[in-house]
Design a protein around this ligand. Structure first.
Ligand SMILES: C[S@@+](CC[C@H](N)C(=O)[O-])C[C@H]1O[C@@H](n2cnc3c(N)ncnc32)[C@H](O)[C@@H]1O
Length: 312
């Protein structure tokens, strides 16, 4: 299957990074290489280090970025390791910008057999890194307890029908193993009032998102990664983060708020005792959203939020 992914808010991201031709840049989520291509194009003596945990993404982006191969280093790794890899393997202790474009690519969603989509039938897998030995969605729905299933759906999907869906998953798996995305989708849809199924535009979206986040530990260590990347940024260096749901956006917003604040003492403290100093400034007070045209052309962009910061 052809790897297709349209980069979200491409112009806004490139403008936000304010690329210096001799700068060192880090793309933590290279995906299909769309954003990276535009970064690499603007580099002269600079260099781009691009990470992804999915080997298909690394393969695709190495083709897309072929003509910039002297300026781009592709690294198959979880982005949590990126700051350490940059320091220990490449001797990089200052960067001029970073990009994190969170979540899954359209390719991962459209490739049915990866199990990310309730629109395509496929095995319930949902691992972003196919070589990683982590639990799959199939193992979760067939072996996890009622309480564990409810917790995952509530915590990572904010699914209000979590209890009834969990009950129905357990009832169904006693009859037959749940192996495919369509089997799971049917259980979810049959657990909700028809009115909700039709009004939601993707009734299974929240549960699929919850499983994906849990399996890939998508929220774990995101705050720590942001802290480490901020520390790596040189003066005036820029960071851009694209989020697609409130759980990840909250983490990004909180780290950026904390690191752009001078004193974090409780409000009534007469003089500052914390000594906290702002490391960054917010380039935009409010997150940027995709323009009307992009939202019409690419439905994935409708939930996207872009936050940009600058190191001071
Ligand atoms: C939205 S796509 C990025 C698309 C990319 N900006 C482009 O223009 O094509 C997100 C990518 O992040 C990768 N990813 C998600 N979590 C990751 C993690 N913890 N470490 C490394 N890559 C990750 C996914 O495998 C996916 O390829």
């Amino acid at each position: 299957m052809e790897f297709k992914h349209t980069p979200i808010m491409l112009e806004e991201v490139i403008e936000g990074l304010n690329i210096k031709p001799n700068g060192i840049y880090v793309d933590c989520t290279v995906g299909g290489g769309g954003h990276s291509f535009e970064i690499a194009k603007r580099l002269k003596s600079g260099h781009l280090y691009a990470f992804d945990r999915d080997s298909d993404a690394i393969k695709k982006s190495s083709q897309v970025l072929e003509k910039f191969k002297d300026k781009v280093t592709l690294i198959k790794s979880n982005y949590k390791e990126a700051p350490d890899i940059l320091k220990t393997q490449y001797g990089i202790d200052k960067i001029d910008g970073f990009l994190i474009d969170l979540g899954v690519s359209s390719y991962q969603i459209d490739e049915g057999e990866r199990g990310f989509s309730f629109v395509h039938d496929g095995r319930l897998d949902m691992r972003m890194d196919k070589e990683e030995k982590v639990v799959t969605a199939e193992e979760i729905v067939n072996t996890f307890s009622y309480e564990e299933l409810v917790k995952i759906m509530k915590e990572y999907g904010e699914e209000e029908f979590a209890s009834i869906i969990a009950k129905n998953i357990i009832k169904q798996r006693e009859k037959e193993k749940i192996e495919t995305t369509f089997q799971l989708r049917d259980i979810i849809e049959n657990s909700m009032p028809k009115k909700v199924v039709y009004s939601r535009g993707g009734a299974s979206k929240k549960v699929f998102q919850a499983l994906r986040i849990y399996i890939n530990g998508e929220l774990e260590g995101l705050d720590e990664l942001l802290e480490k990347l901020i520390d790596l940024l040189g003066e005036n260096g820029r960071g851009c983060v694209l989020t697609f749901h409130s759980l990840e956006d909250r983490i990004v917003k909180n780290v950026f708020k904390l690191e752009s604040t001078n004193c974090i003492c409780p409000p009534k403290t007469p003089i500052c005792i914390c000594g906290h100093k702002a490391k960054i400034k917010l380039v935009n007070k409010k997150p940027i959203v995709a323009g009307e045209k992009e939202q019409k052309e690419n439905s994935r962009s409708t939930s996207a939020k872009l936050r940009i910061i600058e190191r001071i």
